[in-house]
Design a protein around this ligand. Sequence first.
Ligand SMILES: CC(C)(COP(=O)(O)OP(=O)(O)OC[C@H]1O[C@@H](n2cnc3c(N)ncnc32)[C@H](O)[C@@H]1OP(=O)(O)O)[C@@H](O)C(=O)NCCC(=O)NCCS
Length: 240
Amino acid sequence: MRRLDTITGGADRLRIGSWRGDPSVALLSPTPGITPSSSGLARALDELRARGYRSVLTPALTAIEQPPFAAIGFTVHERLHLLGHDLRRVPEPRAPGTRLRRGRQRDITDVLAVDGLAFDRFWRFDAPGLADARTATPHARFRVATVDGRVVGYHVTGRAGTLGYLQRLAVHPDLHGRGIGTALVGDSLDWCRRKGCASVLVNTQEGNRRALRLYEHLGFRTEPTGLAVLELPLDDGPAR
Ligand SMILES: CC(C)(COP(=O)(O)OP(=O)(O)OC[C@H]1O[C@@H](n2cnc3c(N)ncnc32)[C@H](O)[C@@H]1OP(=O)(O)O)[C@@H](O)C(=O)NCCC(=O)NCCS
């Protein structure tokens, strides 16, 4: 199900694949903790051109991860807020009339349908995108919210050591404002706290006021340095 290939060379370790399955837009991901060299990035771009991609995006990068990409011509596609939670005050993982349960393989179609309604075209998940989110960290929790047996929301939360990551949160637009998002965030934070996390991170688009308000209302604090998705058109020959 995974769609990313790994390019290695020297100390470089970069993953390449399609952005949400789009055959013209590539995703180029550095390995966390490894700063890519300019020659490693140039090699990866050559490979992406050879595969016929027209442009390339990065995942959400921290301020420390961005400079090698900026140095070869990447510019900001979208800025994101990064928020952290200290797990001192965790909301109730409950909403009236809603049940939270483990997400199963047979829920994937319904989960992707909710995701597709909740997010715009650029951000919505396809099946490999959801699989990537669920396997990005050594441990993960995948919970769905149901109303009358129908999947109406979900979260994916990852954990690496004592750091938790709320990777994805979505609620069916017809049911926004009923506390389902709050319950899902409560489940995510409660799981991280039970597993010994010291804090939980989440990111959200700068313009996503509803999600930002929800997270801040539930005790997340915006970190001073945000994240950015970077982009580079691939039509103009090698970026050396
Ligand atoms: C962000 C999102 C998950 C929130 O889900 P939700 O179920 O609407 O969230 P809640 O109902 O718990 O809370 C949303 C608001 O409704 C309010 N609310 C909660 N229960 C309520 C109720 N019974 N009646 C009225 N309002 C209520 C909350 O106080 C909150 O208001 P606030 O934002 O002013 O604080 C949802 O809007 C969504 O799926 N958005 C698109 C995807 C997205 O942005 N995901 C997160 C990006 S990282």
